[in-house]
Design a protein around this ligand. Structure first.
Ligand SMILES: CC(C)(COP(=O)(O)OP(=O)(O)OC[C@H]1O[C@@H](n2cnc3c(N)ncnc32)[C@H](O)[C@@H]1OP(=O)(O)O)[C@@H](O)C(=O)NCCC(=O)NCCS
Length: 200
């Protein structure tokens, strides 16, 4: 049996080369990507989940711009009104080996819209995680599902602990942190925020 490696990184095994029967070529194709994943909100609306990509820059900008002032304040901890071009570039250019941003989307092609983003990055011993869901889609299970998928991905990629910093009065995020089995503790430096931690 001869094995030829092609540029597409697929092994073509050619069997029976010395026999009279015709050559049989079998392509061993790489395992299919797990993305996108299809999901439904608690009230039955279908959406997809996939890793963010560089071409999502405008979609991500529109997602942030479309958040209510309250949601944006909660997500950005009051620090950012509009992310700069550099920050947006950084958010969509993800090194999938040491960080990840999963987006929940609806629509196809140029109509595709981001509903939610969950991301982590940093030191694999303890990565920071954050999530935001478009206001019209909140309270429908997306934040929980997206975060659970992100934690599963993080664990499979060597992350040992995940933490989030949230405003102490962010009840929805506190509930989500509880649902994600994170333990919440006061920040030693700032009374207005709390830390949520979980070992994966
Ligand atoms: C916090 C946030 C990510 C939660 O995502 P979500 O998709 O709305 O959450 P889920 O629908 O998965 O629900 C999680 C829990 O939050 C609560 N919740 C979420 N949205 C709610 C709403 N609109 N009204 C009442 N409760 C709500 C529910 O109690 C729910 O618990 P349940 O399982 O008992 O129903 C979302 O509200 C959000 O984007 N907030 C603004 C940004 C932010 O605060 N990010 C956190 C920074 S780390």
């Amino acid at each position: 049996m001869e094995v030829h490696r092609t540029s597409a990184d697929v092994d073509i095994m050619i069997t029976g080369a010395h026999q009279e029967s015709p050559r049989v070529a079998t392509a061993a194709v790489a395992a299919p990507s797990p993305w996108p994943q299809y999901a439904r909100t608690r009230d039955g609306a279908e959406y997809r989940i996939r890793p963010i990509r560089p071409e999502d820059r405008e979609r991500d900008r529109a997602f942030i711009a479309g958040l209510s002032p309250q949601s944006r304040y909660s997500r950005m901890m009051g620090l950012v009104r509009e992310p700069s071009a550099e920050v947006l570039d950084h958010w969509v250019r993800v090194d999938y080996r040491r960080e990840m941003a999963l987006v929940a989307v609806v629509g196809e092609g140029t109509d595709e819209t981001i509903l939610a983003v969950a991301r982590y990055g940093g030191n694999p011993a303890y990565c920071e995680f954050a999530v935001a869901v478009a206001d019209a889609w909140q309270g429908r299970g997306i934040g929980t599902h997206l975060s659970e998928l992100l934690f599963t991905y993080a664990k499979a990629h060597g992350v040992r602990r995940m933490y989030a910093i949230l405003l102490a009065d962010n009840k929805r995020m506190l509930k989500l942190a509880d649902d994600l089995r994170m333990s919440v503790r006061r920040s030693p430096d700032d009374n207005s925020v709390v830390e949520a931690w979980r070992t994966l």
